[in-house]
Write a protein that binds this ligand. Structure first.
Ligand code: CUA
Length: 158
C-alpha cells in the first residue's frame, strides 16, 4: 500500500469535507431556499427595443395598487438609463425589467439585492419591495465605453 504522510491525509480529508459542505450548501440554497442566479426572463430584439414594445416608452407601470413594473432601457452613446429618475410610493413592490439597446451594461440598485448584468437581446428581471423611504441610486456596473461613468439614476421612495 502507498504511504501517505499523516499531514497530507488530514488535508485530503479536509478537502473532501469542504467539497461535501459546498455540495450540501448549494443543494439547500437552490432547491430548498429557492435562491437562484438572476436569469434572463425573455429574449428581445435589441434593434427594436428603442422603437417598439414597453422599452420604447420605459418607466413605471402600475399593475395593481402597490404593484409595479419598472421598465428601464440602458443605452451607450449617449450613455444613460431611460428613465434615470423614478418615484415610487413607499411599500411598493417593483419588478425591474431591464434591457440594453446596444452593448453589455450592468445594473445595481444601492442597498438592495437588485444587481444584474444587462445584455442586448435579453431582459433581466428581479423584484424588490421598498419598505424604507429614501433615495436609491442605481449605476451601471459593467464598463461599457467612454461614457460609462455617466450611467446612473435614482429611485425616490416616499
Ligand atoms: Cu453602461 Cu457601463
Amino acid at each position: 500500500m502507498m504511504h501517505i504522510d499523516p499531514y497530507e491525509k488530514k488535508f485530503m480529508v479536509i478537502g473532501v469535507v469542504v467539497l461535501v459542505i459546498f455540495a450540501i450548501s448549494i443543494t439547500v440554497a437552490g432547491f430548498m431556499l429557492g435562491i437562484q442566479v438572476p436569469s434572463p426572463s425573455q429574449l428581445i430584439d435589441p434593434n427594436t427595443v428603442s422603437s417598439q414594445g414597453p422599452f420604447s416608452d420605459p418607466g413605471l407601470k402600475e399593475l395593481s395598487p402597490g404593484n409595479y413594473e419598472l421598465y428601464i432601457r440602458a443605452e451607450a452613446s449617449p450613455w444613460r438609463f431611460y428613465p434615470d429618475e423614478v418615484t415610487v410610493p413607499i411599500g411598493s413592490t417593483v419588478t425591474f425589467q431591464v434591457t440594453s439597446a446596444d452593448v453589455q451594461h450592468g445594473f445595481k440598485l444601492q442597498d438592495t439585492n437588485i444587481n444584474f448584468m444587462v445584455l442586448p437581446g435579453q431582459v433581466s428581471t428581479l423584484t424588490y419591495t421598498f419598505d424604507e423611504p429614501g433615495e436609491y441610486p442605481y449605476i451601471c456596473t459593467e464598463y461599457c465605453g467612454v461614457g460609462h461613468q455617466n450611467m446612473y439614476g435614482v429611485i425616490t421612495v416616499k
